[in-house]
Design a protein around this ligand. Structure first.
Ligand SMILES: Cc1cc2nc3c(=O)[nH]c(=O)nc-3n(C[C@H](O)[C@H](O)[C@H](O)COP(=O)(O)O)c2cc1C
Length: 316
């Protein structure tokens, strides 16, 4: 049993990534009940009713669950973290921004705290603090850095051996999980592969786009954030499906972000038009093919055990 497994009490070393707009309480509960760690993704400052509804799915579980925040948005308002801490999550993830105040608050509440790191400098900072590490490569879906792929970052992080490391970015199959564990990760943090799960909050149009896309169909861009005039720090672009909008505006600059463009993007999101709206997904989108439940995805990924046994006997 790994340190993290001992601390959190999961059966399968598989965490669903906290994906705002997709990973709500239903997905987190399904992953947690299937033996993994279910994570709820929080965007901005959600309404109290939304928080209660999501927590309602997980609060009574006897299996571990957690919640993930965008650190830059907590810098302005810590109240979403305060609200979730009242429900005693097993894990809080704080990613993409300054975590000083938010990590202090989570630690005060006695909750295990982790952050996604995307380069060597971020790894160094996290090593100094009482924060566990999720090594996240740029092939991953959604926001993050695009500076290192998962394998080199993971090898660097696990070489330090002083903290548990979870691997994220591009893990979409049992072989991917086996590779991450072999490289020293204690668990896999999987986002894209859960996007089309029946429990995911995503619109069916987006789920269908994800199922049809392949590995070459993603792009890393800030265009969607700039168009919507979102306050994402510039170092965190996002990996999304290439679509008409990204093809036309790949290098959109902030001076080109007009109110009209913003309205157009908000409208496309409201109408779930996958050709214009951002459909965040990573290169592991290749492995999302059929509609599945989250439990089916966990069971499939748990096939890593047989792969590790086969690999060991092949090279013994
Ligand atoms: C649709 C989507 C939304 C995401 N939203 C969040 C989020 O709200 N908070 C967060 O910390 N990470 C978020 N992420 C990033 C994931 O935590 C994780 O880094 C990524 O999914 C891992 O790579 P993979 O998609 O290849 O599995 C999101 C990812 C996706 C695909």
């Amino acid at each position: 049993m790994s340190d993290l497994q001992h601390l959190l009490g999961y059966r399968e070393p598989i965490f669903n990534a906290p994906m705002a707009g997709a990973a709500g309480g239903a997905l987190a509960a399904a992953v947690s009940q299937a033996g993994g760690v279910g994570m709820i993704g929080v965007s901005g400052s959600p309404k109290t009713e939304w928080i209660k509804e999501q927590v309602g799915h997980v609060a009574d579980l006897e299996t571990p669950w957690g919640v993930g925040f965008m650190a830059w948005s907590l810098e302005a308002d810590l109240s979403p973290l305060e609200s979730f801490l009242e429900f005693s999550p097993s894990l809080v993830s704080l990613s993409f921004g300054d975590v000083t105040r938010s990590a202090a608050l989570a630690h005060e509440a006695g909750v295990l705290t982790a952050m996604q790191i995307g380069n060597a400098a971020e790894l160094e900072r996290a090593m100094e603090d009482d924060i566990d590490i999720i090594a996240r490569g740029g092939e991953g879906g959604g926001h993050g850095r695009n500076e290192s792929a998962t394998p080199p970052l993971l090898q660097l992080a696990t070489a330090q051996h002083t903290k548990p490391v979870v691997a994220a970015g591009g893990i979409g199959t049992a072989h991917g999980v086996a590779a991450a564990l072999t490289a020293g990760a204690q668990a896999a943090w999987v986002g894209t592969r859960f996007l089309s799960a029946s429990e995911s909050l995503g619109h069916e149009n987006f789920k269908s786009a994800v199922r049809q896309a392949g590995m070459d169909d993603t792009t890393y861009t800030r265009a969607f954030d700039i168009a919507q005039q979102l306050a994402w720090p510039a170092e965190f672009g996002g990996r999304a499906l290439r679509n008409e909008f990204s093809e036309t505006h790949e290098d959109l600059d902030s001076w080109e972000a007009t109110p009209e463009l913003r309205d157009e993007m908000l409208q496309a999101r409201a109408e779930a038009r996958a050709n214009m709206a951002p459909v965040y997904a990573g290169q592991a989108v290749q492995f999302v093919q059929a509609p599945q439940t989250a439990a089916e995805v966990v069971t499939e990924l748990a096939g890593f055990r047989q792969i590790l046994r086969d690999t060991a006997s092949r090279f013994a």
